[in-house]
Design a protein around this ligand. Structure first.
Ligand SMILES: *Cc1c(COP(=O)(O)O)cnc(C)c1O
Length: 443
């Protein structure tokens, strides 16, 4: 699970870093003999985990950070910069500005206001907070398959929130949306570019067309799916949706989902840089070391891990955010793995898939006469597969959204528990046949 060479590299880099502080008189960190003992204890405790790093883990939305991300993060731990202000994170704030500019560049924005956050939740919170400032009293709307965080954030911000039904494609129902827009009460529409549950992408081209008739802002929740803008082997209709991301007013993308980062790295981007005025505040403690922009002046969170920015910057050096190159190839491979699994499910009489995967999430279930029997059977396979070290996930899907080819199954429940696989590791494309053989042996 790890490469010994990596630790040699880390100590080489640490020597370079410590050269930068040569002028200071040497001092010893207080020695504590417990460190080794406790660290071994931690290693023992951490064995109690699913093997997230291994291709056999094909369950939840978890993608291992790349080696460069882990090493750059660890290296910066010896400084432990705080990107709230240049006072606490001079070098790492600069790296954050550069890395975030590259993310905005991926969207096609030449100008932007944005920064990293601790994750997608906080990034979305900032987007909806600005939404509320710009359209006081107006509603936030999101599809019923949007992340539950939007409804909860709206509650926290005391903004009125409304849900829009999905159709059998698992995306926002455009007729229902237009009916709602006609009432003129929607201030900001949350468009999900890759739902967390099933990986579907809301119909952005049609939604943008509706902006000609009705006034509303568009916030893209692309926490999971945003990087797929760089993939060029998705279906044409999916790629058309990603191609229009630059039309949005604000965008959330999580580098800690598909961007090869350790947890603690989300990103919020605004197209209109003047929204910075809503962040204006005085800090009696910080912002003294430089007249340049301190990231805390344009973010709601105060202390933030500068290490997250260092790690993202370093990763983007190896994997530039471009349509050609290794990063985009890896995203294509994840989608390819999902398509392979989807085709094997379709070819097998004992299983049924929910729908063709738009990105890299596959939802399927053992075929039974009724929904309740399918739910039981899914749970069984989930358990049996885990015993063989194949780790899947599960999803409760609303019966009313099931597609036509499920219509012969007796609908005796309001939802059905399905199997869910997020095939986020590029290795999955080579391992999916073996994973499938093991799953089939659980029937
Ligand atoms: C993961 C996710 C979130 C929440 O982000 P965190 O990084 O888990 O806080 C929000 N929206 C979508 C679409 C997501 O996939």
């Amino acid at each position: 699970m790890y490469n010994k060479n990596a630790l040699t590299l880390l100590s080489k880099a640490l020597a370079v870093l410590s050269d930068g502080f040569d002028e200071l008189p040497p001092f010893e960190e207080t020695k504590n003999l417990q460190v080794e003992k406790v660290l071994m204890l931690v290693a023992e405790k951490m064995k109690n985990n699913f093997p997230y790093f291994h291709p056999y883990y094909a369950g939840q939305m978890l993608k291992p950070p790349h080696e460069i991300a882990r090493l750059a993060y660890m290296l910066s731990m010896w400084i432990n910069p705080n990107n709230h202000a240049l006072d606490g994170g001079r070098a790492s704030s600069q790296l954050e500005k550069e890395a975030v500019r590259e993310m905005a560049g991926m969207i096609g924005w030449k100008r932007h206001l944005g920064h990293l956050t601790s994750g997608g939740t906080f990034a979305n919170l900032e987007a909806l907070w600005i939404a509320g400032q710009l359209h006081p009293g107006k509603k936030i709307a999101a599809s019923e398959l949007a992340h539950y965080t939007h409804e909860r954030i709206s509650q926290v911000l005391k903004l009125p929130f409304t849900k829009i039904a999905c159709d059998e494609n698992g995306t926002m129902d455009l007729h229902k949306l237009e009916k709602l827009l006609k009432r003129g009460t929607i201030g900001t529409l949350v468009v999900t570019m890759g739902t967390t549950g099933i990986g579907t992408v809301d119909p952005l081209p049609e939604i943008i067309a509706l902006q000609k008739k009705y006034t509303f802002r568009i916030h893209l929740d692309a926490a999971y799916g945003g990087y797929f803008r760089l993939a060029d082997q998705l279906s044409l209709s999916t790629m058309r949706k990603f191609a229009l991301m630059q039309k949005a007013d604000s965008i959330v993308i999580d580098p800690h989902k598909h961007g090869l980062q350790p947890y603690g790295c989300g990103c919020i981007l605004f197209k209109d840089t003047t929204v910075g005025k809503f962040y204006k505040h005085q800090s009696p403690y910080t912002y003294f070391s430089s007249k340049n922009l301190h990231l805390g002046e344009i973010s709601l969170e105060c202390s933030r891990a500068g290490a997250a920015a260092v790690s993202l910057w370093a990763t983007q050096k190896i994997f530039p955010l471009s349509r050609k190159g290794e990063f985009s190839k890896r995203l294509n491979d994840s989608h390819k793995a999902a398509m392979k699994l989807y085709e094997m499910i379709n070819a097998h009489p004992g299983f049924i898939a929910l729908q063709r995967p738009e990105l890299d999430i596959v939802i399927w279930a053992p075929l039974e006469k009724s929904l309740s029997a399918m739910s039981r059977s899914s749970k069984n396979i989930f358990k049996k597969a885990a015993k063989k070290n194949i780790h899947l996930a599960m999803l409760n899907y609303p019966a009313k959204l099931l597609p036509k080819h499920w219509k012969n199954i007796i609908c005796d429940d309001s939802q059905v528990t399905c199997l869910r696989s997020c095939l986020m590791k590029p290795e999955h494309v080579d391992w999916i046949d073996e994973i499938w053989r093991m799953v089939v042996s659980c029937l």
